[in-house]
Design a protein around this ligand. Sequence first.
Ligand code: BES
Ligand code: MN
Ligand code: ZN
Length: 491
Amino acid sequence: MEIAITHQPDHHEYVVVIPVTQHHNLSEVLDLCRRENVTGIPEPGQFKADWNEVWPMYKGEQRLFLLGLGANPGFPEVLKAFRSFGHKFRQRLSSDLAVSFLYANMPDKPENVVEAAVNGLALSAYRIGKFKTSNGEEHPLSKPEAKCNICINGVESKSLQQAALRGRIVADTQSRIFDLVNAPANKKLPGDMAAWAEESAQWYNYTVDILGKNQLQALGFHALLAVNQGSAHPPCLIVAQYCPEKPVAKIALVGKGVTFDTGGLSIKPSANMYLMKSDMGGAAAVMGAVEAAARLKLPVQIIGVVPATENSVDAHSMRPSDVIGSYSGKTIEVIDTDAEGRLVLADGLFYAVKHYKPDVLIDLATLTGATVRAMGYHAGGLFSNDDALANELMQAGERCGERLWRFPLWDAYKDEIKSDVADVRNLGIRPVAGAISAAKFLEVFIDNHPRWAHLDIAGVALQDSEFSSQKSATAYGVRLLLEYFSSFSPS
Ligand code: BES
Ligand code: MN
Ligand code: ZN
């Protein structure tokens, strides 16, 4: 989709979207429509500019759509309105599209509004049916000739052009992450994840190193290898690095890359087990954030570390009661083989700290059902040993619509993971505070790093959406991390 910022309406565009907020004077917008001989203008009270409300009109050959944004829409509201409009009305759109701000007053932060609108429109073209043999009609905005003109007055167009480009690039990476998380488990074995990262690195000019099974054995990634024991497919550690010329900060990201979680011998019930193909949602967020940071040439150095494996059932599977080692040297008593995410993260976290000494360490993982029970599908769980980092992440989430809410990390919870036979056990003694005891387990493996945050995204990596009848990928974390990175400005 090609995007241009224009100050004049172009009479060729077949479809024009007119965003209207409730604090705009709706009657002024409608008066202008009347003067321009628009037909199908709503009668008073027929269109209230509620969020997601759409009103179709005509002007000669052009189709006009009023798109309601509600009162005081922020970035997430604009984004979601455009995304759901672009999807729902796909059959009535054309590849020649305009979004016109000429009918109403200027939005408050035009760059934000333009980025959100473009991001939403570009995401609306996403299609989930990759493995269907016949796939219906292409979305008009994903055709090669697709064009989107943003008509806007009174702002410098260079910054708007950049905002629009950002919206499109981020949407492109987010769509690739949708594909990765939505992919069935047989199409995204650890080796496929590694290949994805290597290809992305080549396209977008950053580096990827893959540690294969032999290297992991030689280096002592015992916890990752233990989780992999029951799988017919070798594990790997993906290490992606993007480094600009003069980085203003060094941030390490670690993502849980369990490509399918059966639970292992502590096997899960079969209902909904298929959703555990998304147990690499943390890894996907990390890989997407590195890719997008590279494409946007952000001023921060990002190191993405992804321990990737299946958690399968087999004669070789690790057992409950097994004591395993770890890359850190600490021993772990495995109480439940379904608490595997913290095991692979233990090795990933310690590797990231030891080799890269980052300023900030953030891990993302679909780690516990306990987070889902606590907060449902509307926020990720945030755990951090640094208040400033926690606040920055929460605020970034609030701004971009990928919300976080903080849980405590008090040492009072440490007793839960005390083991009689090893340094630590992988499951709490009592069935309470499961999200917190998981975070306390991870804390054992960060080598006392002073600025660490753990994001439990079990409830938000998949969501109901306009793209599918069942839960599908959200790419949660990509935008959140980008938003957090943007708090570091170039020196
Ligand atoms: N991958 C799951 C967590 C999960 C649950 C993700 C629901 C997405 C949706 C994780 O590996 C797991 O199995 N957690 C168990 C841990 C338990 C055995 C201590 C859980 O939370 O039930
Ligand atoms: Mn599990
Ligand atoms: Zn899992």
